[in-house]
Design a protein around this ligand. Structure first.
Ligand SMILES: [Zn+2]
Length: 1084
């Protein structure tokens, strides 16, 4: 007679655990029966490849016999294996797997096609050779491409340690085995029951029902007698089919594999990661027709399309079946803070274009699970690119304050909003375990408002995605009493459910989604940030000048000297920039080899743009000959900014001022010319978006804007009629004022009398863990001013009344030092600091500080196509957590009638508290890249006091101009008589706006290659305006369009646009609201 014992929860749980354990009692437990028979492979041959090579090349290699126990390396190398397999005849009709464990990532190739990825991480070591062995197919040849790295690169599992090169990878297992699917299912049954019993609280009877079911199943199962399995299976089935009530929360489970486009591995490895990861996914899709997988980043699709045509064919098949689901709409999952507004739009333009061309799909959501904060301009950029939904989870990493919502409307600086969702499980790499399901439901902050949330499952970061076990768990919990309901879903189905559910119940969040962590990434890897800023601007300048050339060429078509707009090349160059904006590259959080690749791509952009600009300018000015080496070359000034500029430019010598033939070749970019020898400085004025002879731009010297310099005790006083600045022997600003042209007097003092500005500071910068990512708030307590001069301030010999430069050099530490030129130019509203730092620190942070006399509660920061106000105090935990923030070209502190701005040409980290503005310059983290930021850095910033508001003072335009130095180029002179038929010649602006409130952000040719110019405007001041845009071109018609360049039809997004076209050109009148972005299709 059976005895009914007392049931102890812990012992029963552990009994179940051991019954399916991989580590305990494996000679007799159920797990031991998963592969119940094993056999060796007939032979293993090996070939060490020199590089990442295609299979065909590998097959030409000399394969030599090898065996289990052999080690392969070094790290990042590739090894190919050829396996000969003979399945024993006694295994006919059985499911047979190949078990391969090389301690690394690997890819199985069969008949010349990649079939499935393998990885020792997450124990993905089996490849199903056949689901049912047949007598006629017992012999197999399998190729394996072994990559000497793991899912998370090579940094041992402590991933943020610096990479090292010593490791090898040992072939631990290569054998075939009979797979018992009934055992596999029973293991999942018992594991799931165990987890329910463990995770549900003692007060919940359902947990005990699970516990007793698992216990009864173990009593029933005799592991060597398969006839005992059926009853156990029925017990599990009975439990899992006891259904939930209707009110239960529903989890939308979506397969996912977060593949960082580069991080602890280079771009080239990511290409193979995609193949390894997605082949696993495709094999699962073949087996489970309801399995859906969300996959973002068009760039990764493009790589697979190019390198793995067979995989690509399968992807296309499953995209059309609705299982492999493109999401996100962007080229890569980019950083959310640093890219410019235009670059963000291009992420969508080229991403959506790819998905539309390849699959006919336009993504409806922005998919960015893992980025370190999200710009307050995103909602509008998303809306402008046809996207109304947003998904991320990274904000759950915030250290101080918990974000109050999981489902909400996110509203941007212009008032646009998108429906946002953060998967409440706080992870994008779920495995379908009961604990994760319960956590998701329990932590969901919209309880009562909404009954649905997203659940992203699949191994991530290094890729690999969902497994069969995950699908098994989720299918058991589909509708199981006591556990949240789970349905395999897609992003579209999920968001559609939210939209239909209770949209009016959801809360709104206005402004940025600030991540209270990883705020060192605004500064780490300064060279990448510098290239990013430069290339963003350069690509836009190139597009503008190519458009100018194209227009000129169209106007002169009869002369047969056509210019072809380099659309494909420009698109390719933009894609290089967008790739480098990936969320571990631009933030500086990758290993060193990633940056090596990134810099190479940036250099390609710079040199290609330079060539494209040279070529375009020849057409912009060409008369009957495009030969620019003739005797008629004269210097031209090129203004690619959408406003009139009056500035001092640097020229090689005074000969340039004459429009006569000359001998000297001008440098393309005068701002890049370092040497002041034989340089002259002239003040010029040039209209917006225009190429004009230098002789027509030069201004006569004006005595009231010329620079004066004098000594007052230990100080040097610089003034130019606009600003007056006092500099001490350390190069610090002790006094600063600007001239109020309305009140005819100097403004109030801008600098705190007790604390000089332009004070360099060195902080200790030791984070808790994420070295390259994090700067902690306690670094503020380690402020050490840099006060040791190497060379005291002196007046530079090359100074003159148009430009005065002072020089100073300072010792930062015993290892690092800096040199600075402090420059004031005629008519300039700012004092400029050209800085060179030799930087060799370990976990130190260099900043420069500007203590102002401005009384305000907020600072304003330049962001994507607009600006954002953030607190200038630490009132609350939310305010103080923002001790380091991201801004672009400028930041400003203003009170009524007066303010101080700091401009920069390549920096992104700022802080403002109590009227002190600090610009973050350099960090020195050691992991994951121990060489990060070591060496010489050159950058510029400027200090600009102003009367009135930052808008009225022209801070935005000045900062844009600061980042985009005027170009001077020798070009053939266009005779006056050869003015265009539709205007009065090239030295008239292509586009002009009648208000400084509106900026022309972009001028480019339309992607559809119709003779159409795309013009993108943005309202920059944060107010409404009726703007008039005029062009010398006579367009046939003008239409408002979205960021994807598709004409707007929907009433709700209608732009109030009036167009008057005449023989004099086109006049467009647009009503714009605060921070609005408007794109126009101007058809010729
Ligand atoms: Zn990531």
């Amino acid at each position: 007679m059976d005895h009914v014992p007392f049931k102890h929860k812990r012992t029963t749980l552990e009994r179940a655990e051991k019954f399916i354990s991989q580590h305990y009692f494996t000679d007799i437990n159920l797990k031991s029966r998963l592969y119940r028979e094993k056999a060796t492979v007939t032979s293993i041959k090996h070939f060490a490849a020199k590089d990442r090579i295609p299979l065909d090349d590998a097959l030409q290699g000399h394969f030599k016999k090898t065996s289990i126990g052999e080690a392969f390396g070094p790290v990042w190398s590739t090894h190919w294996f050829e396996l000969e397999i003979n399945i024993p005849a006694s295994w006919v009709e059985r499911e047979v797997h190949l078990l391969w464990n090389s301690g690394s990532e690997a890819l199985v190739w069969i008949h010349g096609e990649p079939i499935q990825g393998l990885s020792s991480d997450n124990n993905r070591i089996s490849y199903p050779l056949t689901s049912r062995a047949e007598t006629s197919k017992l012999h197999h040849i399998v190729h394996i491409e072994m990559a000497c790295n793991q899912l998370l690169g090579i940094g041992d599992l402590a991933i943020v340690k610096p990479e090292h090169d010593e490791r090898t990878f040992t072939l631990r297992q290569a054998e075939i085995a009979v797979f018992d699917r009934d055992v596999f299912d029973l293991i999942l049954d018992i594991e799931t029951l165990h987890d329910i019993a463990k995770e549900l609280p003692e007060t919940n009877q359902r947990g005990f029902q699970a516990l007793f079911t698992a216990n009864a199943m173990i009593n029933q199962i005799e592991v060597h007698d398969r006839s005992t399995f059926k009853l156990a299976q029925e017990m599990a089935h009975k439990f899992f089919t006891q259904r939930n009530g209707q009110s239960q929360h529903t989890l939308h489970a979506m397969g996912h594999a977060h593949i960082d486009t580069a991080w602890l591995w280079p771009y080239d490895e990511t290409k193979r990661k995609c193949a390894r990861s997605w082949t696993c996914t495709l094999r699962l899709m073949e087996k489970y027709p309801n399995f859906t997988f969300m996959c973002s980043q068009a760039q990764q699709y493009a790589w697979v399309k190019e390198l793995y045509p067979g995989v690509w064919k399968d992807i296309c098949k499953f995209v059309h079946k609705g299982q492999f689901v493109p999401v996100g709409g962007t080229w890569v999952e980019m950083d959310g803070n640093i890219p410019s507004g235009e670059a963000c739009i291009r992420q969508f333009l080229y991403g959506q274009k790819f998905f539309q061309e390849e699959f006919g799909i336009k993504c409806k959501e922005f998919w960015l699970p893992d980025t370190f904060g999200y710009s307050a301009q995103f909602p509008q950029i998303l809306r402008h690119c046809g996207v109304s939904r947003f998904l991320t989870q990274k904000l759950s990493w915030s250290l101080v304050n918990k974000f109050p919502h999981h489902t909400f409307y996110w509203e941007g600086i212009d008032g646009s909003s998108v429906l946002a969702h953060f998967p409440p499980g706080d992870d994008y790499s779920m495995t379908g375990k009961v604990k994760e399901l319960l956590k998701t439901t329990q932590s969901f902050k919209e309880k009562g408002r909404s009954n649905h949330s997203a659940f992203l499952f699949g191994y991530g970061d290094g890729g690999h995605g969902p497994s069969e076990e995950m699908l098994g768990r989720l299918s058991r919990l589909k509708d199981c009493d006591g556990i949240p309901k789970v349905q395999l879903s897609s992003s579209d189905a999920f968001f559609s459910t939210l939209e239909a559910e209770s949209p009016n119940m959801l809360c709104h969040w206005r402004g940025e989604l600030y991540l209270e962590l990883h705020n060192g990434t605004y500064t780490t890897w300064a060279q990448v940030k510098k290239y990013n800023r430069h290339c963003e601007i350069l690509l836009q300048e190139t597009e503008l000048l190519c458009t100018l050339a194209w227009v000129q060429s169209l106007e002169k078509r009869s002369e047969g000297d056509g210019y072809s707009y380099p659309k494909a090349r420009l698109e390719a160059l933009w894609k290089l920039l967008l790739l480098n904006q990936f969320h571990d590259v631009l933030p500086g959080s990758s290993i060193n080899m990633v940056f090596h690749d990134a810099i190479k791509l940036y250099k390609e952009i710079v040199s290609s743009c330079s060539g494209l600009i040279d070529w375009a300018l020849r057409f912009s000015q060409a008369t009957t000959t495009a030969n620019s080496h003739g005797p008629d070359l004269v210097p031209f000034v090129i203004n690619t900014q959408p406003f009139l500029r009056r500035e001092v430019i640097r020229l090689p010598d005074s000969d340039c001022l004459r429009s006569s033939p000359k001998r000297r070749k001008l440098s393309l970019d005068l701002a890049g010319a370092e040497d002041d020898v034989d340089m002259t400085h002239v003040e010029i004025e040039i209209p917006a978006l225009c190429v004009k002879p230098l002789s027509d731009c030069t201004l006569p010297p004006e005595s009231n804007t010329q620079v004066t310099v004098k000594r007052e005790d230990d100080l040097i006083v610089l003034a130019n009629g606009k600003i007056k600045v006092l500099i001490d022997h350390l190069g610090r600003v002790t006094s600063l004022a600007c001239y109020d042209a309305v009140k005819h007097r100097w403004s109030k003092e801008a600098i705190d009398p007790d604390h000089p500005a332009n004070q360099f500071l060195l902080y200790d910068d030791v984070p808790l863990y994420w070295d390259a990512w994090d700067v902690m708030d306690y670094h503020l307590e380690t402020r050490k001013p840099v006060l040791l001069p190497i060379q005291r301030l002196r007046i530079d010999e090359a100074s003159n009344p148009t430009r005065v430069a002072l020089e100073v050099s300072l010792q930062i530490s015993d290892k690092s030092y800096l040199q600075q030129k402090i420059i004031l130019e005629a008519g300039s509203p700012y004092v400029r600091f050209d800085t060179e730092v030799a930087w060799h620190e370990n976990r130190k942070f260099l900043k420069v500080e500007f203590p102002t006399t401005v009384h305000t509660t907020e600072a304003a920061y330049d962001i994507q196509s607009g600006f954002l106000r953030r607190p200038n105090h630490f009132n609350t935990s939310w305010d103080s957590a923002r001790f380091e923030v991201c801004g672009h070209k400028w930041a400003d502190l203003s009170e009524y009638g007066f303010g101080v701005s700091v401009l920069n040409d390549c920096k992104y980290g700022y802080s403002a508290v109590d009227g002190i503005l600090r610009l973050s310059l350099l960090r020195s983290p050691k992991s994951p890249d121990h060489k990060a930021d070591m060496g010489v850095h050159i950058f510029s910033y400027a200090l600009m006091p102003h009367t009135g508001s930052l808008q009225d003072a022209g801070v935005i335009q000045t900062a844009n101009a600061f980042n985009c130095p005027l170009r001077v180029k020798e070009l053939p002179l266009l005779p006056r008589s050869q003015g265009s038929a539709v205007g009065s010649g090239v030295n008239k602006s292509l586009f002009e706006v009648d208000t400084p409130q509106v900026l022309v952000q972009t001028v480019k040719m339309a992607e559809d290659e119709t003779p159409t110019i795309i013009v993108r405007l943005n309202e920059a001041f944060g107010g409404s305006v009726q703007a008039k845009l005029t062009s010398r071109l006579k367009f046939s018609h003008v239409q408002a369009c979205d960021g994807l360049e598709e004409a707007l039809h929907h009433e709700d997004r209608k732009i109030d646009l009036q167009t008057i076209i005449s023989d004099l050109g086109t006049e467009m009148s647009v009503q714009m609201s605060a921070f609005q972005i408007v794109s126009l299709r101007c058809c010729l």
